[in-house]
Design a protein around this ligand. Structure first.
Ligand code: SAM
Length: 371
């Protein structure tokens, strides 16, 4: 069996088990580890589950199962669930629109939270989809424990694979979703909502969130720069290593790094989730630095409009949000001064936001006119 491990699937494992009376525990664990090493985490988890059926509590199978699950279930779920501000704003927004007649679609239900809030607010029919099978499975159990399984149906699928009426009895009247990362678009909210509008929602459905904005700010922070760049250290030159630096944003909590902001926050993108598609967009800005300094990074964040007037943000000024800020380090830090604006090019491809910053080389006179 071990030679065939690479081409085998969990279906094969189960078949082998049914046909031969069961593979032995050692081979199953080996199989699980191989599937894991191949990046086939869901199948690996299944292999370890079968191993655990054979010997409940087997330590290697338990560890292997947990390792495989952790690859597909991000750690932020826990921190996110404890974010009370996020909970309160979604709860307020959901309570103010839900009626018993609404068919609610919760896209990316995670633990089932937004669906259970909708049920508590009086919705009688809710369909919750979740693209990660292991998470969907847990959501079902959380919802059952809360006693809402009579009104919430969990569909273990990505919303883009859902069909009416197979997964959703009819088009939904209310969409609730919290599929945003620290930079707003990174979890695919634009294509997800655009798909839902076209295939899963009534024409006059309420979409929550209805829109969002992204703000960016120039920041001086050698400490942030060090998270992505290295130079001379301990008598060695490590600059070659910077070829492996991230050219995309990563998440970090700005207030945990000594820094100076060099410009005012600037709105770079505004999205209307009732209309926008995932079409790439680009915008250029002339940014006047507020003070002289060295720009190491563009730091950005979102403001999500759940309903008109109910806004959720991960701005650096919001101390309790579980979301960090998005940080994109510049490949080469730029010296800035107030009389020389920086040209900032912001673009997105529907999912990722990217900035390019260059010194304009244009001096402005004290009254703001170009020299
Ligand atoms: C940020 S979590 C939010 C979970 C939950 N809604 C909450 O607010 O606590 C997003 C979840 O959506 C899932 N997800 C993202 N896009 C999805 C999609 N298009 N269809 C189904 N699930 C999706 C992810 O696997 C993840 O579990």
């Amino acid at each position: 069996m071990e030679e065939n491990v690479k081409s085998a699937s969990v279906v094969d494992i189960t078949k082998t088990r049914e046909e031969t009376g069961g593979p032995d525990l050692r081979k199953l664990i080996h199989w699980g580890n191989t599937l894991h090493d191949e990046g086939r985490y869901e199948e690996a988890a299944r292999a370890f589950e079968i191993a655990l059926d054979l010997e409940r509590g087997n330590w290697q199978a338990l560890i292997g199962h947990n390792r495989a699950i952790r690859r597909s279930v991000p750690r932020w779920h826990w921190e996110m669930l404890h974010d009370e501000e996020r909970f309160e704003l979604y709860d307020k927004a959901i309570r103010s629109v839900v009626t018993p007649e609404h068919l609610v679609l919760d896209v990316g239900t995670g633990s089932g939270l937004l669906s259970m809030m909708s049920a508590r607010a009086g919705a009688r029919q809710i369909v919750a989809c979740e693209g990660q099978p292991a998470v969907a499975d847990v959501a079902r159990r959380v919802i059952r424990k809360a006693g809402h399984d009579d009104v919430i149906k969990v569909v273990p699928k990505l919303s883009s694979s859902m069909r009416v009426p197979d997964d959703l009895p009819r088009r939904a009247d209310l969409l609730v979703t919290e599929t945003v990362d620290c930079a707003l678009l990174g979890e695919g909210i634009l294509p997800t909502i655009a798909h839902a509008r076209e295939h899963l929602l009534t024409e006059d459905a309420i979409i929550m969130p209805g829109g969002g904005r992204v703000f960016a700010q120039l920041v001086e922070s050698p400490s942030l720069h060090r998270k992505n760049h290295v130079g001379q250290l301990y008598g060695f030159d490590f600059t070659e290593f910077n070829e492996l630096s991230s050219i995309e944003y990563f998440d970090s909590r700005l207030r945990h790094h000594e820094h100076r902001t060099l410009s005012e926050p600037l709105e770079v993108f505004k999205f209307d989730f009732y209309r926008d598609t995932a079409e790439p967009r680009r915008a250029e800005f002339v940014v006047p630095p507020a003070v002289a300094g060295v720009c190491h990074a563009v730091v950005f964040w979102f403001e999500l409009e759940l309903l008109p007037g109910i806004r959720l943000t991960n701005s650096p000024e919001t101390p309790h949000t579980h979301w960090k800020q998005a940080v994109q380090c510049l490949p080469v830090p730029i010296q800035v001064q107030p009389d020389e604006p920086l040209l900032l090019d912001a673009r997105h491809d529907g999912v990722n936001i990217h900035f390019t910053a260059v010194a304009s080389g244009v001096r402005t006179a004290p009254d703001g006119a170009s020299e």
